[in-house]
Design a protein around this ligand. Structure first.
Ligand SMILES: [Zn+2]
Length: 181
């Protein structure tokens, strides 16, 4: 049963979900979507003022992910007060693997709990509630829906969802392989 499976991952990562939040620099922007797919509260920093990003990270206890070495040299980071990870690769998939490995992330502890666009927790919706708001073929075939309270995007377990789940599985397999060595 799908619900049971998700619950298991939740239990496994329960400590992490309470504490681990991210702020993603615009030079590694693709990471935001992936972390949200996994269920990690992730802000995307689109400004140019690094100090702003650093203060947000401090105030909200977020881990900074960046390719900017300047940020890594800041006292607040070198002293360990603020956790920041310098991302090595320019390839999103390798970037994601680095984050997963460095922080030992659970790749699927709360999949599809957050809106991929605005980082808001999704709300469950009944079939009746989404009638007329999703394509007719979707309405015919799907029974479970989620809605973002901010952008009102509706999510369902369609092909896009399946493709992303496959990718999450792939990340997880990689992690398991590395742990095996
Ligand atoms: Zn949204």
């Amino acid at each position: 049963m799908e619900g049971k499976k998700i619950k298991g991952f939740l239990l496994k990562g329960v400590r992490l979900i309470e504490t681990l939040k991210f702020i993603v620099d615009n030079n590694v922007g693709k990471l935001a979507k992936w972390l949200r797919i996994m269920g990690y509260d992730t802000l995307f920093f689109n400004g140019t003022n690094d100090s702003r990003m650093v203060s947000t990270a401090l105030n909200e206890e977020r881990v900074i992910l960046t390719r900017d070495t300047q940020i890594m040299r800041r006292r607040v980071v070198t002293s360990g007060r603020l956790k920041a990870i310098l991302i090595q690769s320019d390839k999103p998939e390798l970037q994601m693997r680095q984050v997963i490995n460095d922080l030992n992330l659970d790749c699927r502890f709360k999949p599809f709990a957050l809106c991929l666009e605005c980082n808001q927790p999704l709300l469950e919706r009944s079939k009746q509630q989404v009638e007329g708001r999703v394509p007719p073929y979707v309405f015919q075939t799907q029974s479970q829906y989620m809605e973002c309270p901010t952008c009102h995007r509706i999510y369902w377990r369609g092909t896009h969802w399946q493709a992303m789940t496959r990718k999450l599985n792939k990340f997880e397999e990689c992690q398991r392989k590395e742990e095996g060595f």
